[in-house]
Design a binder for this molecule. Structure first.
Ligand SMILES: Nc1nc2c(c(=O)[nH]1)N[C@H]1C(S)=C(S)[C@@H](COP(=O)(O)O)O[C@H]1N2
Ligand SMILES: [Mo]
Length: 410
């Protein structure tokens, strides 16, 4: 090869690469206006920034409430040094967790309509208007994927369809942080539009009908109504007044033995035999002066306490019953444990995260924190935790340990 050839080859390659790249970037940023990129590709006047902004604000509110109540539920179940959950008011967790499930469900119709309203913007032209625009558009991936993931896994969980290979709690928890992070960025990017629409501006008048079809106001009202309807037809699983409307609720508050639901049966927990073994004893041990052991007859011979308490499941259903049993604090006192000690309550169940609960001192000393023998005037059904279960005020359902065999003073 001659020197001139090599030279001209080199010289021709460098500008060729640079200009090629520039042309490629320009093509991605502003591709030819064909197909959905045409200016008039989406005819409906409903793909408008006003319904988009109103739906966005509604989703912002529902996701924020859902996120806050979800974080709270996580904190209660995984306590941190700076946070202690309290047994009073006894109704609080039922309300926060009911709110978590209902705000999540309410978001479903809002999100579907919102995605439909804004999806033509996937083909907005020019596709890219610089680095900030690129970041804003890329953040839509975690936002949309995260929101869909949260709502789908949430619905699957309350529908008892555990068809995934990962832990629901971890997946749902981390997706929530990712989605909320992306939501903050998205709201920042859209603050101008939202402000404009909030002040009554924005493209097009809200009520203006287009092509004689659905008006923007009609679309919005429909989305909000669908959302309200979802709430009304599910809330009855925790709000007694709405019980008769609860046609979409996965759980009926009155189903199950003794008139309230069972999440995990004795068979599922593999305690069906150990729970009815006549050799069963309730043991009190740990940081105590004397270890104690009770048979069922010993417990029944005691002066038992009664309390009306609620099982409020993380899945949003709740059931309130009259319980009778032994206050945990009596057992701690009799064994000579410290009055302000934390207490771990352990099940006969040998596996799984819900086989034990740690009661912080506020719960352990509450007079209504019971090891219940009876519910509604009868001995506990095997599936409700026979021979003895924990029931405490304002305690999440997952922590109301069934089939108890041991109380460990910590
Ligand atoms: N040992 C044990 N206790 C448990 C569970 C469990 O899986 N194992 N599930 C909990 C959950 S998720 C709930 S909502 C309540 C339900 O109580 P119930 O079956 O009496 O309605 O029990 C809790 N106690
Ligand atoms: Mo639960």
């Amino acid at each position: 090869m001659s020197a001139t050839e090599r030279q001209s080859g080199d010289a021709g390659e460098r500008p060729g690469l640079a200009s090629g790249l520039r042309r490629a970037v320009a093509l991605v940023a502003a591709p030819p206006r064909v197909g959905p990129l045409r200016a008039d590709a989406f005819g409906s006047g409903l793909h408008d920034e006003r319904p988009a902004a109103w739906l966005g604000m509604s989703l912002g509110v529902s996701f924020t409430i859902c996120f806050a109540t979800g974080l709270l539920s996580d904190l209660i179940q995984n306590p941190q040094a700076w946070f202690a959950w309290t047994p009073r008011p006894a109704w609080l967790y039922r309300v926060t967790q009911g709110t978590h499930v209902l705000t999540g469900l309410a978001a479903i119709p809002l999100l579907l309509v919102k995605l439909w309203v804004v999806y033509p913007r996937l083909w907005q032209w020019p596709t890219l208007r610089g680095a900030v625009h690129l970041i804003e558009r890329l953040m839509l991936v975690p936002l949309v994927a995260g929101a869909l993931f949260l709502l789908v896994t949430g619905v699957m969980n309350i529908g008892y369809w555990y068809a995934w290979g990962f832990g629901f709690l971890e997946g749902h928890y981390w997706a929530a942080w990712i989605t909320i992070g992306a939501l903050v960025v998205h709201l920042g990017a859209k603050a101008g539009v939202v402000g404009r629409v909030w002040r009554g501006g924005g493209r097009g008048a809200l009520g203006e009908p287009r092509d004689g079809g659905l008006s923007r106001r009609g679309l919005l009202t429909g989305a909000w109504l669908a959302s309200g309807l979802v709430v009304l037809t599910i809330a009855g699983q925790t709000v007694p007044l709405l019980r008769r409307l609860a046609v979409l609720a996965p759980r009926d508050m009155r189903s199950g033995p003794q008139g309230f639901p069972v999440n995990k049966t004795a068979n599922d927990a593999r305690v069906a035999e150990t729970a009815v073994d006549p050799g069963w004893r309730l043991r009190v041990e740990g940081a105590v002066d004397r270890e104690l052991e009770f048979t069922m007859d010993d417990l029944r011979a005691r002066n038992l306490s009664e309390a009306t308490l609620t099982i409020a499941c993380v899945e949003g259903w709740s059931a309130t019953q009259r319980w009778r049993g032994v206050p945990v604090r009596e057992l701690v006192a009799e064994a000579g444990g410290a009055a302000d000690a934390a207490v771990r309550v352990e099940s006969l169940q040998t596996f799984g995260p819900y086989r034990a609960t740690t009661l912080n001192p506020a719960f352990a000393t509450d007079p209504d924190t019971l090891l219940a023998l009876d519910v509604g005037g009868e001995a506990l059904h095997l599936d409700h935790g026979f021979p003895v279960r924990l029931i405490a005020p304002n305690n999440p359902g997952v922590l109301q340990t069934k089939w108890v065999q041991k109380v460990v003073v910590l």
